[in-house]
Design a protein around this ligand. Structure first.
Ligand code: PLP
Length: 459
């Protein structure tokens, strides 16, 4: 049909702008070298388009900003806490809420409560902070995501699915009593923002119920996952994002949330559970690590902005534009021949560095190298999600993940379509000169979460 294309478009307009510094190639070269070729160590001033992360980088709405003015900064029993608690119950359907300063605060408390020494925690692909807290609590993470997730070329629509056969094998091998919970993420970050299907979730619920194993939901990007279910899964086209989100949560026993993603705030998170005993213990523990159970390391105004942001995040028009912008960028990159993870995920474009730079060995950090080159070209900051992010095993050996990716993460409601064009054009220019790019060696390595602060030198 002629003239039938519907572009994604923003359900908002711009009321205030933040001016950016434009840099020269020489300035970028100097800045990148000083940062040890680690994009985390760049000064944000030196960055034109910042795609390092979608975490805490969203633009808040006028409503959220006015909520900030309504902060009740009482030490105990802030009105904003009760507002947030009501929203978490109404929108997400979990019973009990413990606010935390961000997602990892919730992961810490949950891991300490549920994991005993020698326990196994199966999950649909690891996430950096999640697995680290599981390990610090003396547990062992086991990957039970479907094999398709490890193949950047595979176009299966639900690459976040749990492989139930892998889970059953683990239950058989270790016994259900060694498995305190299944760590189930929606929009699996490390797989490229890939969704889990409702069908798979229902099956996971049935299997875990049989063995009396909890399902704990990393719900950081649950609304984006719900959008893919609405678009791709039979029976969900007529359902709203709100309905789908609630149904997803209904198959789980509790959740950790980094509200810095989906929920459109710059800081905040929570632990939410349905089980009174777990809640009671968490309420004790949050006082030790975060703050009183009615603020958990947050200001009253932060909780208010989060409560409002959660409501905005499950709006159908919002999420269509949010994911629409990501898909626009991904399609543009594919037009230029840049190898990306398919299908396009919800929060960013993941460029396949192994394919982009096949002449660079994985121990010479192809994704780290590519992220540095992308910055040098036009001042676009991305991040490595490969061997550096994967870190080392308990025995000191490197994890060598199958996926060696550079993540172009799109902040919510921040950049325009012209910015997306600049990013795609820049990636295409680097792609055109890919054969002249050399790998790197690591010259400084921190013990934990090394990708944040490691330094490199060009070979
Ligand atoms: C960001 C993130 C976390 C950790 O949350 P923080 O707020 O950064 O502490 C956990 N899980 C996933 C999937 C995330 O993306």
């Amino acid at each position: 049909m002629k003239n039938s294309k519907h572009s994604w478009a923003e359900p908002y307009k711009i009321k205030m702008v933040e001016l950016l510094k434009m840099t020269t190639p020489a300035q970028r070269k100097k800045a990148m070298k000083e940062a040890g070729y680690n994009t985390f160590l760049l000064k944000s001033e030196d960055v034109y388009i910042d795609l390092l992360t979608d975490s805490g980088t969203s633009a808040m709405s006028d409503r959220q900003w006015s909520g900030m003015m309504m902060g009740d900064e009482a030490y105990a029993g802030s009105r904003n806490f009760y507002h947030l608690e009501k929203v978490v119950q109404d929108v997400y359907g979990y019973k009990y809420l413990i606010p935390t300063h961000q997602g990892r605060g919730a992961e810490n408390i949950l891991s300490k409560i549920l994991i005993k020494k020698g326990d196994i925690i199966p999950g649909n692909m690891y996430f950096t902070t999640t697995r680290l807290h599981q390990e610090l609590a003396s547990g062992k993470f086991e990957d039970i995501i479907i094999d398709e997730a490890h193949d950047p070329e595979n176009e299966f629509p639900f690459k976040g699915n749990v492989d139930l056969v892998k889970l059953e094998k683990l239950i058989k091998k270790h016994g259900a009593e060694k498995i305190p919970y299944v760590s189930m993420a929606t929009s699996v970050n490390m797989a490229g923002g890939q969704p889990i299907s409702m069908k798979n979730l229902k099956e996971l619920r049935a299997l875990t119920k049989k063995h009396k194993i909890r399902v704990i939901h990393d719900m950081t990007r649950v609304a984006e996952n719900a959008y893919f279910i609405q678009q791709r899964e039979k029976g969900y086209q007529q359902k709203t994002i709100r309905e789908i989100v609630k149904e997803i949560n209904s198959y789980t026993d509790g959740a950790t949330m980094s509200a810095k993603k989906d929920a459109l705030v710059n800081i905040g998170g929570f632990l939410a559970v349905n089980d009174w005993d777990v809640f009671e213990e968490a309420r004790n523990m949050v006082v030790v690590y975060e703050g009183l159970h009615t603020y958990g390391g947050l200001a009253g105004r932060d909780m208010e902005a989060m409560a409002i942001g959660i409501g905005e995040s499950i709006n159908d028009d919002h999420i269509r534009a949010r994911v629409g912008q990501v898909i626009y960028l991904g399609e543009k990159m594919m037009e230029y021949g840049v190898p990306i993870v398919k299908p396009i995920g919800g929060h960013g474009i993941f460029v396949d560095a192994k394919k982009f730079l096949p002449h660079i060995r994985q121990d010479q950090f192809p994704a780290q190298t590519l992220a540095a080159e992308i910055y040098l070209d036009a001042g676009v900051r991305t991040m490595e999600r490969g061997v550096v992010s994967a870190g080392r095993k308990a025995n000191g050996e490197n994890y060598f993940p199958k996926l060696e990716l550079v993540r172009f993460t799109i902040p919510r409601r921040v950049y325009t379509q012209a910015h997306m064009d600049v990013i795609a054009e820049s990636a295409a220019r680097v792609y055109d000169r890919r054969n002249s790019i050399k790998g790197m060696k690591m010259i400084y390595e921190p013990k934990y979460l090394r990708f944040f602060q490691a330094k490199f030198e060009k070979l």
